[in-house]
Structures are given as structure tokens and as C-alpha cells.
Design a protein around this ligand. Structure first.
Ligand code: KG4
Ligand code: ZN
Length: 355
């Protein structure tokens, strides 16, 4: 599927990156040195809120309405036209099939109309690449933790695109657990940021929620489904039949939020440090929506400081889905590795080897 091309014949210098893997429609115009010339993200939160989760069909239709205005806005903001674009990058995997196809179709249409090369990128790899954007030194090799609404996985990242899967969630992703517990607490969607805000007022040690797989050092895996159920039973035990927060006091809700958040953080921190120890790579890079969580960032930093491990966490603005992390495509472009118009979307995650 991929194709080798000679160096850029037009002398143009920017990458147009497109992201539409889930419920964010995003585009960015990116310089090779990490500068962002233009960026536009259209969120769909209000469309999915009443379902308390992303509805794939709604997401795909919303992408269709937004993709061209989003691309147009990022190009205008950057004050560039097609002559300044040297390649079109698009996230092709993993993601929701309908959502991926909208971004990919737009990227292909522009590649054809403008006669530019197309570069498909792995969205999970882009989340880790975001940790190094604009930094003078390479962040590779490293242990990569991708912790988002769809993934909670650890990798040995030999290079930006040569990865080996080390372990990951065997059921829910951490962000998914945040979102589901947030629903139980009556918080808006997506629940992660709201839950962490509520948690600030609670006591993280007030409820002893389980830390699944934490005591098993033989595995670099996570499991959040049982933790989520434990929260549900705790809330039900407070006398609430439908597991909503209606009869919980504000203090009780905050304690549940803080204790749940702490249980997730403990699992993420312990397994990440174990991966660092196992791989003997003393550098940890973390990306994905949950990496925006303030308490998680602080506690992981402390754990890394104790061990003398170098930590790179993506800037909070680059943790949730965005097109700037599509700068990953420069890695392929710079060696003339581009794709043909036969490039296809691959919704499933290639777990064991993500190359
Ligand atoms: O990376 P992302 O935008 O999309 C996926 O690729 O899944 O991650 C979205 C996830 C959601 O589950 C959201 O609730 C969670 O990241 N999230 C957070 C925070 N900000 C976003 N979870 C916990 N604390 C946060 N501050
Ligand atoms: Zn993502």
C-alpha cells in the first residue's frame, strides 16, 4: 500500500493533517520544525451527550458536515493554499469505520485534486508523537503509554513508527471507565474532565476501590471493568436504586470521584513504571485524553522523579484528539515513504505490532 516517492518536487513546505478517528473533526497545517500554522477542531460533544457515549453513525454524519469547513479554516488561518502543501496526512487507524472513512475520503480527494502525496498515520502512534512536538531532542526510544477513551496500552516504542505491544487493557479503556462512572455520578459527557474536577473536592482515600491486576507483576495489563462495577455497587449501597447520584450528598459524590480516580491512577502509574523497569528504557512518554488529568500527571511525575526516569507527557491541549499530532507523517515524508490512493482505513487496533 505504501509507496516511495522522490523528494518534494514543488518546493512547498507544509503538511496538511486530517483527524477524524472518533468524534473530533480536526485539521492542521504543520511546519517541519513543529510550528502549527493553522489548526481547527470541531467537537461533537453536544450531539452525543444525551446518549452518554459516542454514537458511530451520528459521528460519521457530523464529520461529513464539518470536514471541509474545518480544513478550509485551518488553511485560511495558516494563510496558505495548495501550492504550499507538500503532503496530506490522515489518521487511518484505529478508529470508528464511518468516521475514519470521512477523513480518508477528504484526504484522497485533495491528494488527487492537488497532485500531492498521501500519508496514512496510526492514531495511537500519533498520541505518543505529540509528546515530542517542538522539542529539540527525539523522545525515542521510549516506553509509550496511550491512555484515552478507546485505548489503555503500553508499548516499547523503538522509533516513531516501530512499536512492540507490551500490554494493555483486557476490557474497558481508562477513559471509558471515567466516562461511565461520570454517568453514575450524574456528570455531563465526556465525563473524564468533569469527574476530575469533582474529585478535587473529595478524599481519594475515603473508599477502598479495587486496583485490578495491580498485584500481578507478571503482567503489564489493565482491567477497569471490575472497578467500574465496584463503583456502581458502592453507589447502589448508598440507597440509590438506579445508580444515579440523586440521593448522594455532594461530599459523597466527590469522595466516589476522588477514590475512583485514585484507583485508576494507581494502576496506570504502577504498570507504567513496571514497563520502564522491564524494558530498561528509562524514558516514559504518555499521550491520549486521560493524560490531561492533572492528578495523574503530578503523581506520574513524582514516580518518575523517584526512579530518575525521564517523563514526557503531551501538552494538555494535545492529549485529546487533534490534528497537530499528525506531524508524525513528517517521519515518513522525510524518507519518501508515502501512500497511494488505494490507502484504506483499518478500524481495528493492530495490537502486537503497530507498524
Ligand atoms: O484521546 P481522546 O480525545 O479520544 C480517544 O482517542 O479516545 O480521549 C478522550 C477520553 C475521554 O474518555 C475523556 O473522558 C478522557 O479522555 N479525558 C479525561 C480527562 N480529559 C479527557 N479523563 C480523565 N481526566 C481528564 N482530565
Ligand atoms: Zn485518540
Amino acid at each position: 500500500m505504501s509507496e516511495r516517492s522522490s523528494s518534494d518536487p514543488s518546493g512547498s513546505q507544509y503538511l496538511l493533517a486530517i483527524e477524524s478517528t472518533c468524534d473530533e473533526t480536526a485539521a492542521a497545517v504543520l511546519a517541519r520544525d513543529g510550528r502549527v500554522l493553522g489548526e481547527c477542531i470541531a467537537t461533537q460533544e453536544s450531539l452525543h451527550e444525551r446518549f452518554a457515549g459516542v454514537v458511530p453513525e451520528i459521528a460519521a454524519r457530523a464529520h461529513l458536515e464539518r470536514i471541509l469547513p474545518v480544513i478550509d479554516t485551518s488553511m485560511r488561518q495558516a494563510c496558505v493554499d495548495s501550492s504550499n502543501i507538500c503532503a496530506i496526512a490522515v489518521a487511518t487507524h484505529p478508529g470508528l469505520p464511518g468516521s475514519l472513512l470521512v477523513g480518508l475520503s477528504a484526504a484522497k480527494a485533495l491528494a488527487l485534486a492537488w497532485s500531492k502525496p498521501l500519508i496514512g498515520i496510526n492514531h495511537v502512534q500519533a498520541h505518543i508523537y505529540a509528546c515530542g512536538i517542538g522539542k529539540p531532542e527525539s523522545i525515542f526510544p521510549c516506553v509509550g503509554l496511550v491512555v484515552s477513551g478507546g485505548h489503555t496500552n503500553l508499548y516499547r516504542c523503538n522509533s516513531p513508527i516501530d512499536w512492540v505491544y507490551l500490554g494493555g487493557t483486557i476490557d474497558d479503556a481508562a477513559g471509558e471507565a471515567f466516562d461511565k462512572v461520570a454517568v453514575m455520578l450524574g456528570l455531563p459527557f465526556p465525563g473524564g474532565p468533569y469527574l476530575s474536577k469533582l474529585a478535587v473536592q473529595g478524599d481519594p482515600e475515603s473508599i477502598a476501590f479495587p486496583r485490578p491486576l495491580l498485584d500481578d507483576p507478571s503482567r503489564l495489563d489493565f482491567s477497569f471493568s471490575g472497578l467500574k462495577t465496584a463503583v456502581r455497587y458502592h453507589i447502589a449501597g448508598a440507597g440509590n436504586r438506579d445508580w444515579t447520584s440523586a440521593i448522594m450528598s455532594d461530599r459523597q459524590r466527590a469522595d466516589v470521584a476522588a477514590s475512583f480516580e485514585q484507583a485508576v491512577i494507581d494502576c496506570l502509574v504502577v504498570k507504567s513504571m513496571l514497563a520502564v523497569e522491564r524494558t530498561k528504557l528509562n524514558r516514559l512518554c504518555v499521550g491520549g485524553g486521560v493524560a490531561a488529568n492533572r492528578r495523574f500527571r503530578e503523581q506520574l511525575q513524582r514516580a518518575c522523579d523517584r526512579r530518575g526516569t525521564e517523563l514526557h507527557i503531551a501538552d494538555p491541549s494535545l492529549c485529546t484528539d487533534n490534528a497537530v499530532m499528525g506531524a508524525l507523517a513528517w517521519e515518513r515524508y522525510s524518507v519518501g515513504d508515502t501512500d497511494t490512493l488505494e490507502l484504506d482505513a483499518q478500524p481495528g487496533l493492530l495490537r502486537h505490532r503497530t507498524k
